[in-house]
Design a protein around this ligand. Structure first.
Ligand code: AMP
Ligand code: MG
Length: 405
């Protein structure tokens, strides 16, 4: 068993840069509007018309001529949303109009119903409007040709609304990255089984499937292989054959059964094989000649998910066409004393909440890389720079926000 790794240690920023330089957006396709949520636009989307197209009443009321000195007006007709007036408003007259109704010709203002008394077809105004009052002019919300959504934008509820508004029902989006997931380890059993002595349930495969889908990817293959060279070699090649990205878990450290690095050497080029990062120093990243990516994630459940979060998720988002691939980074105050790692940048799991005008971070407890409980429920990763001194409670540090607060 060698005691020194053959791979240079790279810094976190350098590793991320290496990965993102090789993760390129995939081709695009069109999906139905109802299927577009969560996808990333592959083209700018433009407004096909002014909205509103005609001046529109913002309230229920009476359409009038603002400069008309009369305040006792003949009510010519009623206009509701979706119907056009037949009469033209002239001095001495008004048209009863409902919210969303198109302003009749001649009128330039709407007096809201609360300021008008109508008796026997005559309206008495209790308020004299200025020109344009309660009227939405054409193009107020959107103007014809305006880019309403940009390439790379994630389609959420508001974006779905805008796409519908501009009549974009066949939505241009990037193809989802295809991901193959391979859990490795002789000790792993399926989650529905009771592990015999020395065995553990395979949790990484399922956690990584969920994480990949949350990052907008499609999991096209998922399996488990024993720590045997031939079986692993075949499973890894099979994964790379069907996917854009292969994720393996386990088998990347220095043990005698850690075979992933030498196998990756056979089918790809290893870009780095160690990162100055905790948890998950042995993270390995490789690329194939046909542009596929392979990540050898560490086996400890927290290490595999945290390395996924920091290194794989941005790559999947970039391949899936996202403009923004990194989590928001904010400053938080430590609620407790925290001891950093002396040499590696450490990503500790925490819950962050807004308290007394700033973000406060509470640890999720023991930060062991085997303890999934340290990441369940966490909404932030504290980014602790290496150091030999404990950081006292109250220290301000950077944190990546993982979820809504
Ligand atoms: P390895 O990186 O293969 O040496 O694994 C490190 C630790 O993570 C060992 O205790 C493994 O049992 C555990 N481990 C590896 N793969 C998984 C998995 N898929 N699910 C749960 N634990 C795992
Ligand atoms: Mg293993």
């Amino acid at each position: 068993m060698p005691r020194v790794s053959a791979y240079d240690m790279v810094e976190v920023g350098q590793a991320l840069e290496t990965i993102l330089a090789r993760a390129t957006p995939l081709s695009s396709e069109r999906v139905e509007l109802t299927q577009a949520r969560g996808r990333f636009l592959s083209e700018d989307i433009r407004a096909d018309a002014d909205l509103p197209a005609l001046p529109r009443s913002a309230v229920d009321g009476y359409a009038v001529i603002a400069s008309d000195p009369a305040d006792d007006l003949e009510v010519l007709e009623e206009v509701t949303a979706g119907h056009l007036a037949s009469a033209r408003v002239r001095r001495g007259a008004a048209v009863r109009i409902m919210t969303g109704g198109s302003l009749p010709e001649g009128a330039d203002a709407v007096v809201m119903v609360e300021d008008v008394e109508e008796v026997d077809g005559r309206a008495t105004l209790q308020h004299r409007p200025r020109s344009g009052e309660n009227v939405h002019p054409p193009g107020m919300d959107l103007t014809h040709g305006q880019a309403v959504l940009c390439k790379g934008a994630r389609v959420g509820a508001a974006e779905v609304g805008l796409l519908a508004t501009v009549g974009c029902t066949s939505v241009p989006v990037f193809r989802k990255p295809r991901v193959a997931i391979l859990a490795t380890g002789d000790e792993l059993v399926e989650p529905h089984l009771t592990p015999p002595p020395g065995a553990v349930r395979d949790s990484n495969r399922f956690a990584l499937m969920a994480a990949a889908e949350e990052a907008g990817a499609e999991v096209v293959s998922q399996s488990h292989a024993l720590d045997e060279e031939a079986a692993l070699d075949k499973a890894m090649r099979d994964g790379l054959a069907v996917a854009d990205v292969l994720l393996t878990s386990g088998g990347v450290s220095m043990g005698t059964r850690d075979l992933i690095k030498p196998l990756l050497e056979r089918m790809a080029t290893i870009q780095f094989g160690r990162v100055s990062f905790k948890p998950g120093k042995p993270l390995t990243f490789a690329t194939t000649t046909d542009g596929k990516l392979a990540f050898g994630l560490p086996g400890f459940p927290v290490s595999s998910l945290v390395t996924f979060e920091v290194f794989v998720r941005p790559a999947l988002l970039k391949m899936g066409g996202a403009e923004r691939v990194l989590r928001p980074r904010v400053e938080v105050a430590l609620r407790h004393d925290v001891r950093p790692d002396p040499v590696r940048v450490e990503y500790q799991r925490a819950t962050v909440a807004w308290e007394d005008h700033h973000f406060v971070a509470r640890t999720t407890g023991l930060q062991s890389s085997s303890r999934l409980m340290s990441i369940a429920g966490a909404n932030a990763l504290l980014e602790l720079q290496p150091g030999t001194q404990p950081l006292p409670a109250g220290t301000m540090i950077a944190a990546l926000l993982l979820a809504n607060l």
